[in-house]
Write a protein that binds this ligand. Structure first.
Ligand SMILES: [Zn+2]
Length: 353
């Protein structure tokens, strides 16, 4: 992934060894150690090593701590110390950092917009389209509950050209749908229905959209659409439950869909698998989606309130997941100044009919 001719030989070798490690904690530690060695030496060495630190997890800057690397790299781009390939690589990671910030309630929306301003300025100067950054602005307006501003910003984003900095069409369509669903659930669901048919898909799509569609259709009482989304998304979700692949948010959507559609035993069984997932204690938005799905399913599982009691260990899990989901919903709402997540959670945890 790095142009060898820009790197000193020992760093190029070290990065090749890093690339051979599977993504995860060990690769991240090795990348951090390498960064300690090259810090303050050659700009290109340090730039690529920082990118490897960011990418060592799952290929995206999922840790808030990585924002420091993104800021440092944007400084280099601003100072015209990066070449064309490096500029695109840095801006791509800045875009991912914006996703991480939106998914982290400790990051204020003003700070998200400031980073978006900066990325937009640098992308424009590099002759790149700011389509994906404009979509982030629309998502910020959606978070704030300003539907009119979000609509205008979505239209502005859609008018910009697609280029190397653009999101994949399915991911873009999904994010548009998720902005719209806040103010108009019917329209957002229809958008999501179209998103799963978008022409191209990346590694996380269309399974993510099928999971979200299953949950949203079930919440809206559209059994036919929920069943369709469940069936179409089923192979990818079963693969997740069997092999623990990434994108647990897709699996969370299916668990919510099953629980709300009265498939209580299946939802409960899968909730127990979700509860054991490592990101259950990681990324805030993912943790919210997972914990609210686990709470929703166990709340409705056979033996839940009103029926025979749940086994003690399962009841503990249910209580822990519900408390976690409530705390995260409050944190997201405190940032946005809305009741969006709390209302959503109240709907998921309403007494079963
Ligand atoms: Zn995608």
């Amino acid at each position: 992934m790095h142009p060898e001719n820009r790197l000193t030989a020992d760093v190029a070798d070290a990065l090749r060894r890093l690339d051979a490690l599977p993504p995860g904690a060990r690769r991240r530690e090795a990348a951090d150690a390498l960064l300690d060695r090259v810090r303050g030496r050659d700009v290109h060495d340090e730039l690529w090593v920082r990118m490897h630190v960011i990418d060592a997890g799952h290929g995206l800057p999922q840790r808030v701590a990585d924002l420091e690397h993104v800021t440092w790299m944007l400084d280099r781009v601003e100072a015209a110390e990066a070449d064309d390939a490096e500029r695109l690589a840095v801006l791509w990671r800045a875009k991912c950092a914006l996703d991480t910030m939106l998914a982290t309630p400790a990051c204020g929306l003003d700070a998200v917009e400031q980073l978006a301003d900066r990325a937009e300025r640098l992308a424009t100067a590099a002759g790149l389209s700011t389509r994906s950054i404009a979509l982030v602005r629309a998502r910020c307006a959606g978070e704030r509950g300003d539907a009119a501003a979000a609509d205008l910003l979505l239209a502005a984003a859609a008018a910009l050209p697609v280029d190397a900095l653009a999101d994949c069409p399915t991911c873009e369509a999904r994010e548009v749908a998720l902005v719209r669903v806040r103010s108009d659930r019917g329209r957002g669901v229809a958008d999501l229905r179209r998103a799963v048919d978008a022409p191209r898909a990346c590694h996380q799509e269309p399974r993510m959209s099928f999971g979200l569609l299953h949950a949203l259709a079930a919440r809206g009482g559209d059994e036919a659409l929920a069943r369709w989304a469940s069936r179409r998304g089923r192979p990818a979700v079963l693969a997740w439950f069997d092999r623990g692949e990434d994108a647990p948010a897709a699996a969370a959507g299916h668990v919510v869909g099953l629980a709300l559609r009265g498939r209580r035993r299946a939802a409960g069984r899968r909730a127990l698998v979700l509860a054991g997932h490592p990101t259950f204690s990681g990324h805030d938005l993912e943790a919210y989606l997972l914990s609210s799905a686990v709470a929703c399913a166990l709340h409705r599982a056979p033996g839940s309130p009103g029926a025979r009691p749940l086994p003690e260990a399962v009841e503990d899990l249910r209580r822990t997941a519900a408390a976690r989901a409530h705390a995260l919903a409050e944190a997201f709402d405190a940032r946005s100044g809305t009741r969006h997540r709390r209302d959503e959670l109240a709907e998921l945890l309403a007494p079963p009919a």
